[in-house]
Design a protein around this ligand. Structure first.
Ligand code: 5GP
Length: 204
């Protein structure tokens, strides 16, 4: 039976790089979902590859027609998961990964209770800020918004089925592989690290 994984993380936590590596080295028939969004296209993004870029009117039409499995507003833009694609993959025994915010993840769990929700923590808010500055893709105001949003994401992500931390790429990818490919829990020491980091992050 095919499996559905939903991965969420605050922006800058390294989610995209981890997912890319996971897909490149996957032994399973694993595919990444492509979402619809009303956000403007960034340079280097390709319509139909990064996202399906929609106008607000087109997006509203999709919601009205029941074409989206979930949708949420993130940083003032709308995002949603196309229903048809997900249903097709699941009926063809393909495992899928969806990269959603916490609101979308929770809606997916309501639709698909067997979905595995995975949350990726950054090592600290300071590290998150440094990564956002370094990737040089958002304005200063946007970075501030993303940091404020990160706290909301972390608060909600702490109750996901699995929480991992991207303190070190190799260790984080190993944790993801254990969950996705081996259906195992992450090692106890990694669970302890997550627990400590969570309490620190939520205290800040
Ligand atoms: P970005 O604009 O940086 O690509 O993504 C911003 C946020 O939107 C990220 O947290 C990402 O996970 C989330 N996101 C992307 N696609 C979807 C979607 O289809 N549904 C929901 N709920 N969130 C999404």
């Amino acid at each position: 039976m095919s499996k559905l994984f939903v991965i969420s993380a605050p922006s800058g936590a390294g989610k995209t790089t981890l997912i890319k590596s996971l897909l490149e080295n996957s032994s399973r028939n694993l595919r990444l979902g492509i979402s619809c969004t009303t956000r403007s296209k960034r340079k280097n993004e390709i319509n139909g590859e990064s996202y399906f870029f929609k106008t607000k009117t087109e997006f509203a039409e999709m919601v009205k027609n029941g074409d989206l499995l979930e949708s949420a507003e993130v940083f003032g833009n709308l995002y949603g998961t196309p229903k048809k694609w997900v249903q097709e993959q699941l009926s063809q025994d393909v495992d899928i990964i969806l990269e959603l915010d916490w609101q979308g993840a929770k809606q997916m769990k309501e639709n698909y209770p067997d979905a595995v929700l995975i949350f990726i923590l950054p090592p600290s808010l300071k590290a998150l800020q440094e990564r956002l500055n370094k990737r040089n893709q958002d304005s200063e105001g946007d970075i501030e918004k993303r940091l404020a949003q990160a706290k909301i994401e972390i608060t909600n992500g702490s109750s996901f089925d699995q929480v991992i931390i991207n303190d070190n790429f190799e260790l984080a990818i190993n944790d993801l592989n254990l969950i996705i490919h081996l259906n195992k829990k992450i090692p106890q020491e990694r669970q302890d690290l997550v627990k400590n980091s969570l309490s620190q992050l939520l205290d800040q």
